[in-house]
Every structure is written in C-alpha cells, then in structure tokens.
Design a protein around this ligand. Structure first.
Ligand SMILES: [Mg+2]
Length: 264
C-alpha cells in the first residue's frame, strides 16, 4: 500500500481535475466539498487567461466547489504582477488576448495601446490577426518586453483541439526573433503565488494536476510534492519527469492523509 505523507493544503489545476470543459468531474466535486468541510486550505492555478478569477469562482461554485476569487490564480494575475515589477505605472502595454487579460492589465494601472509600447503581453486570442502580429513585431524590434501567459500549443475542444496561447507566442517569436518570458505552468510562478496566498509550508502543500509536463513540472519547479490524477489529459510516451503520486481520481487520496487544524 502506498504511504501518504501529511497533506495540509492543496494547490490544484482546474481543467481536467475539477471539470472537463463544462462537464464537472463528480468525484473531484465530492472531494473538494469534503476538504472544504474539514477546513483543508486549497487554491487553484490555471494557465487559462480567457476568464477572470471571479468567472472561474462562479463556475466552480455552480458546480458545487466552494471557493473565493482570491484563491484562484490565473496567468492574467501573475502577468500583471510581473509587469508591475518591470514597468512604471501608466506605462503603455500591448495586450494580445481575450477581454479578461486586457482587463487584468488595465486594472493594474497600465495604458492599453498598440504603438510605442513598453511591453507586449500575449495569451490566447481568438481574434488574433496579421495586423496584431505586425504591431507586436514592431514593438519587440523596438525593445519592448515580451511576456507570454502560457506555452500550451493546443487546447482540447469538443473532442478535438484548438490552437492555444503557445501557437500565438510562436508566431510572434518567429516574426520578431525574440522569445517570450513565460509565466504559466510549467514555470513555478502560479504555484509560488498560490503558496504565498495560502501561507502554508512547501513540504505538506501538494500540487494536483492532470498534465505531467505542465502541472507536475510546475509543482516540481516550485519545490512541492505532486499528485497526478487521470481525469483529464493523459500524455503519451516517455516523459522526463514523474509525479510523486499517480492516482485515478481524487477519491484515491486516503482521508487520513489529510490533516487540518479545524475543530469539528
Ligand atoms: Mg489540466
């Protein structure tokens, strides 16, 4: 039997762990409800920059998982944080992305523009055009910073796939010869932000995800133990890293591994 160490907090991926697209994963819903009831702290991290934390928390609440927007860390939030460190307030920033990303950058007191910008930030943009590509190319050749939300080349959609943010980043990189600084998983930034929000320790805070090369890699990079669940995307072929625990569903985590300080 597998020996499970103490689990005192969870940082979890969204798609493929709590739901697939718009379909809730019932076993995960039951487990998060139980964790909520016993007072286990948890937060979610997602590479998806097309929705705000509030929209994600509404989606989870409707499915039955109690969570506040403050505990959902998106690449938009981490990107905005990164720009705050790089640029002065009111700097001009070009955003290639969906409205949630544009809103997150604008909420941080930057001016959204497409010419004479100090930074280009790019994520999944379903209305990406040659014109936007040309504007980003010009900005980068003129020395703007280049930040990418996440490197995912493709996303599951209706039983098939659609191009992800990584496809757009590669187009801009090819046009400009400049590679982006990536902030989404497999980089540790989202997980590190979740750790600081939860305030829990690295040894007993576990990263949960369905994808080894993004979620588990991000957990490793942040120095925390990892659990892969097989409820979402299952990667094929030999992979360079492996999770500490590999389970079918979240219900395979034994209840006595979870330790909370809440008095029942
Ligand atoms: Mg996933």
């Amino acid at each position: 039997m597998t020996h499970w160490p103490k689990i005192s907090a969870i940082i979890s991926d969204l798609d493929g762990v709590t739901y697939c697209g718009d379909e809730p994963i019932e076993s995960a819903i039951r487990v998060f409800q139980r964790w909520h009831d016993i007072g286990l702290p948890y937060a979610f991290v997602t590479n998806n920059s097309t929705k705000s934390a509030k929209e994600f928390s509404n989606k989870l609440n409707v499915m039955g998982i109690p969570i506040s927007p403050e505990r959902i860390i998106t690449t938009s939030a981490v990107a905005a944080n990164k720009l705050n460190k790089l640029l002065k307030p009111k700097s001009r920033v070009m955003v290639i992305g969906e409205p949630a990303l544009i809103q997150a950058i604008s909420d941080c007191n930057f001016n959204i523009a497409d010419k004479n910008v100090d930074a280009v930030i790019a994520g999944l943009d379903r209305s990406f055009t040659h014109k936007k590509l040309a504007l980003a190319q010009t900005a980068l050749l003129n020395g703007a910073h280049f930040i990418g939300t996440n490197p995912d080349p493709m996303l599951p959609k209706n039983g098939g796939f659609e191009p992800g943010a990584g496809s757009i980043l590669k187009a801009i990189e090819t046009a400009s010869g400049i590679a982006p600084t990536i902030i989404g998983k497999p980089k540790p930034d989202l997980v590190n932000m979740a750790l600081s929000i939860l305030g829990t320790d690295q040894q007993s805070t576990f990263m949960v995800g369905d994808q080894i090369m993004t979620d588990i890699a991000a957990g490793h990079a942040a120095g925390i133990p990892t659990i892969r669940v097989r409820t979402g995307v299952i990667e094929k072929g030999p992979l360079s890293i492996s999770p500490d625990f590999d389970i079918e569903t979240l219900e395979c985590i034994p209840a006595d591994a979870v330790v909370t300080t809440k008095k029942l």
